[in-house]
Design a protein around this ligand. Structure first.
Ligand SMILES: [Zn+2]
Length: 325
């Protein structure tokens, strides 16, 4: 006897095959049979899906739920849209590690770079943590609805170790060593990798670059290299146009870890760039590296005003008008 029969569903297998109407039988927590007209007497419970869609849970590989999950473990609205796993800490914009005195700055940066409401962040974030392990413990205790996979975030590591200087200069060897220690601490506590951003579009409060953008190649090489030590995890970055693919390939080679390159969006002002990046990723895989390009299944769009001109802050020609250097 099986546990569950779901009948008359529009079955979507998640592998790209055309949807089929049919039945799905579950036994011992696994799919026992797929077909049409499966026998209801084979299952303890029968659900008539009546034409609803039935599909594997969606893994949302690029979210910024880090703050929201502390007050909304349900990750609204993602589960209602079919998401069963959310990856957080993308671009390195985490909220841990964070000292008490740095909370306001981290929130103000998120307000700018991810368009979050400062009022919501101030009212909502449960600051029951300082370190990455303590943050992961908080998520565990609160029991998130979707599965959550968390990166250790480069910008937060930099702010924690370097304070205000995180948005002004490259790190010293001693500062890189301390970031490396904190990264490994997070990995040992269950983080899935290390995330950063080199994108000129990523600016924090006052249009200042997010801390990770001040990192030099030696800093990235050391931090990504630490994943080799642990033998687990991946390196995720949101790539600025100036970051060379051969550099990223060298990181994949040296760390023996996968490198996930986001966000490969088509840009009509530079229409070949994204395809050149995808070709470079394919070539690197041909040389035995593990590299993945993160693309979007729909166009990116967002609203802005000249009071909060996020999309144009990264454009050189606008900087004088915005009072930015
Ligand atoms: Zn992101």
């Amino acid at each position: 006897m099986n546990d569950l029969l779901i009948r008359n569903a529009l079955l979507i297998d998640g592998l790209g095959a055309p949807p089929l109407r049919g039945d799905l039988l579950v036994g011992d927590g696994r799919i026992a049979a797929l077909g049409s007209g499966l026998d209801a007497r084979d299952a303890r419970e029968v659900i008539d899906a009546d034409g609803l869609a039935l599909m594997p849970g969606i893994i949302d590989s690029h979210t910024h739920y880090d703050a929201q999950l502390t007050w909304d473990p349900g990750a609204s609205p993602s589960p209602a849209l079919g998401v069963t796993t959310a990856v957080i800490g993308n671009c390195g914009f985490t909220i841990a590690p964070c000292r008490r005195g740095d909370r306001e700055r981290i929130m103000r940066n998120l307000t700018q770079v991810e368009g979050m409401s400062l009022e919501a962040l101030r009212a909502g974030i449960r600051w029951d943590f300082e370190s990455v392990p303590e943050y992961l413990d908080l998520l565990e205790r609160s029991g998130t609805t979707p599965n959550v996979a968390c990166f250790v975030g480069h910008s937060s590591l930099r702010s924690y170790v370097m304070g205000e200087a995180a948005v002004e200069r490259a790190a010293t060897e001693a500062e890189v060593a301390e970031m490396r220690r904190l990264l490994l601490e997070g990995m040992h506590a269950g983080a899935v990798g290390f995330a950063t951003s080199t994108s000129p579009a990523h600016n924090g409060e006052g249009g200042k670059p997010m801390p990770s953008r001040l990192a030099d190649e030696a800093e990235l090489r050391s931090l990504v290299g630490s994943l080799k030590e642990i033998g687990r995890g991946l390196f995720m970055l949101t790539k600025g146009g100036q970051t060379r693919m051969d550099f990223l390939e060298s990181l994949a080679a040296q760390s023996s870890r996968p490198v996930l390159v986001a966000a490969l969006l088509h840009n009509s002002t530079n229409p070949d760039a994204v395809f050149a990046d995808l070709d470079a990723i394919a070539a690197a895989n041909g040389r035995g590296r593990r590299m993945v390009g993160a693309v979007s299944c729909c166009p990116l769009s967002f609203d802005f005003t000249l009071h909060s001109p996020y999309p144009i802050e990264g454009l050189e020609a606008w900087k004088p008008a915005l009072g930015l250097k």
